[in-house]
Design a protein around this ligand. Structure first.
Ligand code: F6P
Length: 351
């Protein structure tokens, strides 16, 4: 058996742990040959691959990023204005691939589904720091991102406290608020603003004023996708050739400018950005990535093509690629963490 493996979309801590687990499981259980495809679907178009043997995947468990490289602009449908599906399937046949393991987010699952439907048997492994994949209650990379943001909030708090300032910390997460919510709770934020709940500027200013009178400082954890009631998300850039061109970012600076005239306090903004995607995965992410990788190898062994690994109530599940492709999972408005936040007096920016 010969299996290709690729990582697509933005990187996330734990990708190498998955590559290692898939490769080792397939070598041990099926004596498979594993072929690493470089830079996601782009490697299938540009014909860039390399063999992955036991040695190639040893010692990579704790490394951030992906040893294969990744790409979040290339889609087989439309890259450089062409449909590459026939070329990719022909190349996979030339390589003698029996199937493909695609590790990525909703965009990569959509690509996986396209290739699968076009004759390249594919299974998927969900990945994203955003934790927003349908059918996956915890994606690897998320825990590491939450740790990074929590540490940043801890540091921001001491300087905010010393100067009596309002401190804004902006997290990633696209249209889902999972990172801001969990890190905001873990880092003791006073206000948590999520894409799922449009915030009321006057309500946020009122919290800052109350805290100014009592504690002198306020920490606000704001997700990049959050927006004011009646307002729009802040778009940082548009990546023209990307299947999903919008890149969010900058709401913290917008909020700083809007809040400062309403307060007697200085307001400072920190945008954490890609620091949330880098670095070594936490132990929890290494374990989850290993679990997902070995489960994906099971799907390959069973010939369960067209499916991906999922996680529900702590147990590994499988779902069809089509179920996850191009869809995301926002924080439900009745989520227990939202209720807990409100109960302990954290503002969610509601008026
Ligand atoms: O999906 C992961 C993610 O880090 C998002 O949280 C963020 O909006 C986006 O990717 C940033 O993408 P890029 O690396 O292209 O700037």
């Amino acid at each position: 058996m010969r299996i290709g493996i690729l990582t697509g979309g933005g990187d996330a801590p734990g990708l190498n742990a998955v590559i290692r687990a898939v490769t080792k499981s397939l070598i041990r259980q099926c004596q498979a040959e594993v072929i690493g495809i470089e830079d996601g679907a782009l490697g299938l178009i540009e014909r860039r691959v390399r063999p992955l043997d036991w040695r190639a995947v040893s010692g990579i468990l704790a490394a951030g990023g992906t040893i294969l490289g990744t790409h979040n602009r290339c889609s087989p449908l439309g890259w450089q204005g062409r449909d590459w599906r026939d070329d990719i399937v022909a190349y996979a046949r030339e390589l003698g691939l029996d199937g493909l393991v695609a590790i990525g987010g909703d965009g990569t699952m959509a690509i996986a589904q396209l290739l699968h439907a076009h004759g390249l048997p594919t299974v998927g492994v969900p990945k994203t720091i955003d934790n927003d994949i349908v059918g996956v209650e915890r994606s690897f990379g998320f825990d590491t991102a939450v740790h990074t943001v929590t540490e940043a909030l801890d540091r921001i708090q001491t300087t905010g406290q010393s100067h009596g300032r309002v401190m804004l910390v902006e997290t990633m997460g696209r249209n889902a608020g999972w990172i801001a919510l969990e890190a905001g709770l873990a880092g003791g934020a006073d206000v948590i603003l999520l894409p799922e709940i449009d915030f009321d500027l006057a309500a946020v200013a009122a919290v800052c004023r109350q805290r100014q009178a009592a504690q002198r400082y306020t920490v606000i954890c704001v997700a990049e996708g959050a927006k004011p009631r009646g307002g729009a998300q802040v778009v940082q850039r548009r990546v023209a050739d990307s299947p999903e061109p919008v890149r969010l970012g900058g709401i913290a600076h917008g909020l700083q400018a809007a809040l400062e005239p309403l307060l007697d306090t200085e307001v400072r903004a920190t945008v954490l950005g890609h620091v949330q995607r880098g670095g070594t995965p936490t132990p929890a992410d290494r374990v989850l990535a290993t679990l997902y990788g070995s489960a994906a190898a099971d799907l390959v062994r069973e010939g369960a093509w067209g499916t991906m690994v999922g996680l529900q109530q702590g147990a590994i599940t499988r779902l069809s690629l089509a179920q996850a492709a191009g869809r995301t999972r926002p924080v439900p408005l009745d989520h227990p963490l939202l209720l807990a936040a409100r109960r302990i007096g954290i503002s969610l920016g509601e008026g």
